[in-house]
Design a protein around this ligand. Structure first.
Ligand code: FAD
Length: 592
């Protein structure tokens, strides 16, 4: 595996020039106090050092070793304990957490870059702290003060980790049918009983306590998703003075043996009358858990991006070094018996597809991060709710499109190495395996598409889509410079998205299958068009920036490549969406 090299220049370009985030920070009193451009740069440099030199070098060995399970206990691979201790000591777990609990209170737009580095360095390792951050946000948003002060300081400090316990053997996507029970006790706590499966970081040896956030049903709960409550269930009970008390009745029954993320413990968790406390309102647990899931969904999208950017580092280095075959006459290196792979058109096609998805994806996650910050910190109610609406719309796109394109990128990265991509030595096959799960967990990508088209777009009669399309259209109304053709094409595509959305919504009443049948193609259409906008935004910004000529040229040429070779995929998606559900439901069950 080639050394991982963080794309610091690109990250700084996005933060400083494309999205001018420091201007935002100046208008937000809470962030103004916490961060300025110099601090942000220093943090990114430190994060790059940490991930490049400490975490990335151990990722392949950790994957080979995997986790060990015996008698309900998980031992993580060599080096993980020390790595986690370093994260905790550096305050990285509490990067965005509130100051009152010991966090740094930094903006999400910055942590999105850090998360990309962590995922690129080692997806498995990143999950232990990633889920902890999600649990911190959920407790901070929904728990009462007593629970917050009992758990948050140690979680923010990285002394304890968090887990998210939703899935049960018979209930994955459909959480409305979970069976775990929570019975109220006289002391105000609840007795939790049930089995949860696939729980990431449900058990491990990295920290002395694990704080589980668990969905369960109260005895009198209404059926379905309106009858789910959220509980906090610690592995070890916490005494009044904050010290660890007795072991709670929650244990790992087994761990999964899986395709990828071998160093992440995926556990079956048995709750057998475990002591828990209600978080938020009774029966409102799913809504509270969505705080965690929405946060995690951008994080999972970034997992795809991280794996992709690591794969590109190796593929590019390999394509420069490996010599096979001859290029066209003009590119031939006559001093050697063969030319580097980089001379071949097909290798360039794959590398540039990778580059256009990675840099487009980085711009997208940065944009969503900026909207999350505005939704939380902007001064006016109007700004906050505008940003919140964009986040709602874009969260499923970020989760699904960044992981689908991320997976495609890792497969290209494997292909570029030929047989050497299939064997373990170079680490490309690990990235394919590690990236694949990101398309599945945290709500499958199919479910993300339903969320986008069904809940968000159809649910708002198209209103939620309008601000995004308006932002793109406003950008396109400005001077196009040398990009007239691309501006023109994208403007037509924005109109096409509006037209097709109207067409789909027009059929919802007469065709109850339409949303479920076209949602994935629709999400991809939104993804490709949004990336088109971001590529033009980057190309135009690069032209007036002070970055080195190579960087500017590379941005412009990748934008041209994206429009010529990647964006045309939408011309296959649009007729597929318009075809609707007819052919899918022409089949009887027996005809499959
Ligand atoms: C390694 C790993 C780690 C995980 N970590 C966690 C964790 O920490 N905490 C946790 O709670 N869970 C976790 N999960 C569970 C994960 O979130 C679920 O596997 C996922 O949400 C899908 O649920 P399922 O596997 O039961 O599939 P199912 O719900 O059975 O779905 C099967 C297929 O049917 C599709 N489908 C289902 N319903 C519909 C519908 N209405 N319309 C169209 N298509 C539909 C799905 O998209 C999918 O393709 C993890 C899973 C894995 C494998």
């Amino acid at each position: 595996m080639a050394d991982y090299k963080v794309a610091l220049q690109d990250m700084n370009f996005l933060l400083d020039d494309v999205f001018a985030v420091a201007k935002d920070w100046e208008t937000m009193p809470k962030l103004r106090e916490m961060v300025d451009p110099e601090t942000a740069k220093a943090i990114l440099e430190e994060a790059a050092k940490l991930t490049e030199t400490l975490i990335a070098p151990n990722s392949r060995a950790a994957d080979e070793e995997g986790i060990h399970f015996a008698d309900g206990e998980v031992t993580t691979p060599q080096g993980y304990k020390e790595q986690f201790a370093e994260l905790a000591a550096g305050g990285w777990v509490g990067l965005t957490a509130p100051e009152e609990f010991g966090g740094m209170g930094l903006p999400k737009v910055l942590s999105a870059q850090y998360e990309e580095m962590m995922c690129a360095a080692d997806v498995s390792f990143s999950l232990y702290s990633g889920l902890t951050v999600g649990a911190i946000i959920t407790l901070d948003s929904h728990a009462n003060d007593e629970l917050k002060s009992r758990y948050l300081p140690n979680m923010v400090a990285g002394e304890w980790t968090g887990s998210m316990c939703l899935t049960e053997p018979h209930a994955g996507t459909d959480l409305g049918i979970i069976r775990s029970k929570a019975v109220p006790q006289e002391d105000g706590s609840y007795s939790i009983t049930g089995t949860k499966i696939f729980i990431t970081g449900g058990e491990h040896d990295l920290t002395e306590n694990i704080i589980h956030l668990v969905l369960a049903k109260l005895p009198d709960a209404p059926a379905g998703s309106r009858g789910i409550s959220l509980f906090v269930v610690p592995k070890f009970l916490v005494n009044e003075d904050g010290s660890l008390g007795t072991r709670n009745k929650v244990v790992a029954g087994s761990v999964e043996h899986k395709m990828g993320i071998h160093a992440s413990a995926t556990c079956v968790m048995n709750f057998d009358g475990a002591k828990g406390w209600l978080v938020g309102e009774p029966n409102r647990g799913l809504a509270a858990m969505f705080t965690m899931m929405n946060y995690e969904r951008l994080g999972v999208g970034i997992q795809g991006l991280g794996a992709a950017s690591r794969s590109y580092c190796t593929a590019l280095e390999y394509a420069r070094d490996r010599r096979q075959g001859r290029g066209a006459k003009a590119t031939r290196d006559t001093s050697a018996e063969a030319d580097p792979l980089l001379v071949h058109g097909d290798i360039r096609r794959m590398l540039l597809t990778m580059k256009s998805f990675i840099e487009g994806g980085r711009a997208f996650s940065t944009y969503v991060g900026q909207q999350l910050d505005r939704a939380k910190y902007a001064e006016s109610e109007e700004e906050r709710s505008n940003a919140e609406a964009l986040v709602e719309l874009l969260t499923p796109v970020a989760k699904a499109f960044l992981t689908d394109t991320g997976f495609e990128v890792t497969v290209h990265g494997q292909q570029i190495l030929g047989g050497h991509g299939f064997v373990r030595e170079w680490g490309q096959e690990q990235l394919v395996r590690d990236c694949r799960i990101a398309q599945i967990y945290e709500g499958t990508n199919g479910i993300q598409a339903l969320d986008l088209l069904g809940r968000k777009v159809a649910g708002s009669s198209g209103e939620l889509l309008k601000p995004l399309l308006a932002e793109i259209a406003n950008f396109l109304a400005e001077d196009a410079g040398q990009w007239e053709a691309q501006y023109g094409e994208l403007a037509i595509l924005v109109q096409e998205v509006e037209r097709i959305t109207g067409e789909v919504l027009g059929h919802v009443k007469s065709d109850e299958n339409i949303i479920n049948s076209v949602a994935v193609d629709y999400l991809n259409l939104i993804g490709y068009v949004t990336f088109g906008w971001l590529w033009l935004k980057m190309a135009r910004t690069a032209e007036i920036s002070n970055y080195p000529a190579n960087f500017i040229k590379s941005k412009q040429k990748t934008a041209e490549f994206y429009f010529a070779r990647v964006l045309p995929r939408v011309y296959g998606l649009m007729p597929a969406i318009e075809a609707g559900s007819k052919e899918l439901f022409a089949f009887t069950d027996e005809e499959f």
